[in-house]
Design a binder for this molecule. Sequence first.
Ligand code: HEM
Length: 351
Amino acid sequence: MMSKTMEECAAKVIREWEARAMVAGGVAQVEVGQQFVELTANVISHTAFGSSYKEGREVFEAQRELQYIAFSTINKVHVPGLEYVPTNTNVRRWQLNRKVRSTLMAIIDERQTAAKDAKGYGNDLLGLMLEANAGKEGQRAIMSMDDIVAECKTFFFAGHDTTSHLLTWAIFLLGTHPEWQRKLREEVLRECGGVGAPLHGDALNKLKLTTMVLYETLRLYGAVTMLTRTTTTDMELGGMKIPKGTSTMIPIAIMHRDEEVWGADAGEFNPDRFRDGVGRAAKHPSAMLAFSVGPRACIGQDFAMLEAKATLATILRRFEFEVAPEYVHAPADFLTLQPKCGLPVLLKLLE
Ligand code: HEM
């Protein structure tokens, strides 16, 4: 069901690229990074909130500015109480938080009115959450309105920012490794058919090489570069005693390029290492940490992989591409890893 929405959202972007290529003699230069941010925000707006792109856009623009504020203040010395002082940054942060909350509340209110009119809550993420929360007659709601808004914020942000960077880095790696781009195009045409054939979830699940390339992209340029955990009890980890309450960092980006774990070619793009599955790609079965592992692992990983496959398949069927000469390789960690100066790509329309 969701792959259809994903394909429709991707097709809308592709049509714009096609139009640009046609007027430019068959080749268009596009900054794909920004386009993927908008595309993935559109997908999560529709699939999780059933909402229009306009409402989704309001949330995503406000959250994006909040992300930059959070990033620019992350390394500043924390003075207790400063968050309540009306500095310019704090005033802007409060405004943006109010904007996100009021937009989400409007979407939620609309659903609750629909439910009262016996139309039901809807079967997207928000609908399921509200229905579960409403419980049975006479039961108290499990979540407060603040909890629901907080869940929506998490899904909105976690559900698009990371996936947009996965797509951007995948296009970068395919644009610089034409042999893999060719193999993936062949696979997409074989399993999904040519332009116009619908991209069913079943066909997308057969894209083995595409999956391998996406995992290799996540290994080399995963959006989340670091996980933090605080020990809740005194413990021993790898022979080291760690007292309760210690803040620990798990540097995923560094561990993903560790030659002892991934082999001598750890720094190279080699999707073949994932041929026998994620668990067999390295010396340790849980070496791949892009989605984390264990009980707090990413809840949206299948969603992200499906969206990335649907989008890549749509692009590969229509264009051959290479990274534009203006590109500057400067991966930057703004809470999530992204190309600092964007990713300009030359898209050549296929016959
Ligand atoms: C390429 C895309 C994605 C990457 C690399 C990614 C990565 C991660 C990672 C590393 C975590 C664990 C964070 C931690 O333990 O501190 C996480 C958690 C989470 N992710 Fe994702 N994610 C992606 C896509 C998505 C999508 C599409 C959604 C929603 C539709 C999503 C929703 C969440 C949520 C709700 C959590 C918190 C889970 C919990 O704490 O129980 N993510 N993600």
